[in-house]
Design a protein around this ligand. Structure first.
Ligand code: ATP
Ligand code: MG
Length: 554
């Protein structure tokens, strides 16, 4: 996956190249049509990179159109979050934002046109009966008893629907196509249904709303979209998309192309399911750093360019698959390895006293902010006789593979000196509470040639460090594909958040909001935009230093 950063020619770009070469189009127009019923997730990022990316690369345009035909679940808060996420990802839409509701009048007129052509009728079957009459894939449907109403009667009843004379569920408008079609979508699909609810854009203007299938193709055509790109579950709906456009007098005829959805291991990828995680308090909000939402990833510390790079690497095909979480994590790790300044944090602190340094001993130690980028400068960290080290960096018993501090043995305190441990103090339960050491005074502040037999550990002066909270995130689900279970919630990982209290170096008091660091030997972290403040530093772990695979092979 690494290497060539140029945009690979996926099958959609091939189609576009052919359409341009044969003169079918001279300008490419795409659209991104989210429903404002939740926050965008990383699957939407794939669609955004595809649609906006094509417009950018071909000198075309990409519209942002809110597919707002389902007012019950939609609201302006979601509209705003979606706009924000698209801009953050580095894209911008063509001209004004569009709403499918901008076209409600036209869509209504096209419905009347279909009635006038005897291609649509008002059905008064119950929703349950409509479902039953529809049949299944190997059993043809049955015509509704209302199917052969006259055009006049249908016009009259549709007008009644529009004027609020029916209750919800009492009537709907259906296309008259073929109840025995092998494509179930074509068995007289519903075009309009009644809903008495306030719409976030049109208020109380309408009590009938077009179905997605009816509104989408018309909106595409009205906007002059050339390539309408959607995910594979709409493959069958393409027949309907084309049927509607063939049967109404509309000037443009966009083509629909389908590609596979992005599925990501240990995640669910649907606004409805993500909304359940929020509403049932499994997470702390849509932008919880464990969520695969764009806002969650942003708060976690992902950069926009790492998400764009991920979308570039996974490509666009018709193959259905589940992308490994490592593929996403590698993108942010590679980005931060180059760009994040280094700093020190001790996540599981244990006290260490250096016996042969005086009580008020204090020296400055210069540290590089980045090992390979001198332009990122240096900083000075204070070294004193009492320091914090990480609990996992000390053991009483030696072990051949353990290269850190062992009782009676030596270790190098990074950039400071070599120490050897003498004895430990324990509490009444036998837990070590302090390690006593002696330092080799000749090594202080000297970056001597590394001795392979002596490991290196990180440290922080107790007097000159700042308390901090670390939020360590693990997968939100216990299994790679939580969607296989009927109830995806049964596989929630109860340990997806681990909170630790430790210390960071004082320079991080000035950490900017959402600023990412590599905490040496620990991983990549950033300040949490919600919880962190200058007197209460809170860091999110973005990602560890290595992926599991390389850890196992270390
Ligand atoms: P959700 O189930 O999350 O609500 P959706 O398809 O209903 O997804 P929309 O808001 O209608 O969400 O999606 C806007 C666009 O994003 C559509 O073109 C849709 O095909 C695309 N999209 C949604 N989910 C994915 C995904 N997982 N991978 C790629 N594209 C996606
Ligand atoms: Mg949808």
């Amino acid at each position: 996956m690494k290497g060539n950063k140029s945009q690979t020619i996926n099958f959609i770009r091939q189609i576009i190249n052919n359409d341009l070469a044969c003169g079918k189009y001279s300008k490419i127009c795409t659209r991104f049509p989210p429903e404002p019923n939740g926050y965008l997730h990383i699957g939407h990022a794939k669609s955004i990179c595809l649609n906006f990316g094509i417009a950018q690369d071909y000198g075309g345009t990409c519209n942002l159109r809110f597919d707002d035909t389902n007012p019950l679940n939609e609201n302006v808060h979601f509209v705003e979050s979606i706009k924000n996420d698209i801009l953050w990802l580095g894209f911008n839409w063509n001209e004004d934002i569009r709403y499918t509701s901008d076209y409600f009048n036209q869509i209504y007129q096209y419905a009347i046109e279909l009635i006038n052509k005897d291609l649509a009728y008002v059905d008064e079957l119950t929703i349950q009966d409509i479902k039953e009459y529809r049949g299944v894939w190997n059993k043809p449907g049955i015509n509704s008893p209302y199917r052969n109403r006259s055009i006049e009667e249908n016009l009259f009843l549709f007008d009644k629907m529009r004027n609020g004379c029916f209750k919800e569920g009492e009537a709907c408008l259906r296309a008259k196509i073929d109840m025995s079609s092998s494509v179930i979508v074509m068995r007289d699909p519903v075009l309009y249904r009644i809903k008495f609810c306030k719409h976030h854009q049109t208020n109380d203007n309408w009590c009938i709303y077009p179905m997605y299938d009816f509104a989408h193709c018309i909106s595409d055509a009205l906007e002059g979209i050339t390539h309408s790109l959607c995910t594979l579950e709409f493959l069958d709906n393409r027949c309907l998309y084309e049927w509607i456009l063939h049967n109404i007098s509309i000037p443009n005829f966009p083509n629909q192309y389908e590609y596979s959805r992005l599925n990501l291991e240990y995640s669910v990828m649907s606004k409805r399911k993500l909304g359940q995680l929020v509403n049932k308090n499994y997470v702390e909000g849509w932008d919880d750093p464990r969520m695969p939402t764009i806002s969650g990833l942003r708060r976690r510390g992902y950069t926009a360019s790492s998400i764009r790079e991920f979308c570039r690497r996974i490509g666009v095909t018709k193959q259905q698959n589940i992308i490994e979480i490592d593929a996403l994590e590698s993108c942010i790790r590679e980005d931060l390895n180059i760009n994040a300044p280094r700093a020190i944090a001790v996540l599981n602190p244990i006290k260490l006293i250096i016996l042969n340094l005086p009580l008020h001993y204090e020296i400055y130690i210069k540290m590089k902010n980045h090992p390979n980028k001198p332009e990122m400068g240096t900083r000075e960290v204070k070294f004193t006789n009492q320091i914090w080290i990480d609990k996992s960096d000390f053991r009483e018993e030696p072990d051949e593979n353990y290269k850190r501090l062992v009782l009676g043995k030596k270790v190098r305190l990074r950039n400071a000196c070599i120490i050897s441990s003498n004895y430990v103090k324990k509490d009444t339960e036998g837990n070590i509470i302090c390690i006593y050491c002696t330092c080799d005074l000749s090594t202080i502040g000297k970056n001597l040639i590394k001795d392979k037999n002596i490991g290196i550990i990180h440290w922080l002066s107790i007097l000159h460090s700042q308390p901090a909270t670390f939020r360590l995130y693990n997968n939100l689900f216990k299994i790679p594909n939580p969607e296989i279970e009927e109830d995806f919630l049964v596989n929630i990982n109860p340990n997806s958040l681990e909170i630790k209290k430790g210390y960071v170096e004082q320079s991080l008091l000035n950490a900017k909001n959402n600023m990412a660091y590599q905490f040496e030997r620990e991983g990549y972290f950033c300040t949490d935009s919600l919880y962190s403040s200058s007197d209460n530093l809170v860091f999110n772990r973005i990602v560890g230093l290595r992926n599991l695979y390389s850890k196992l092979n270390k």
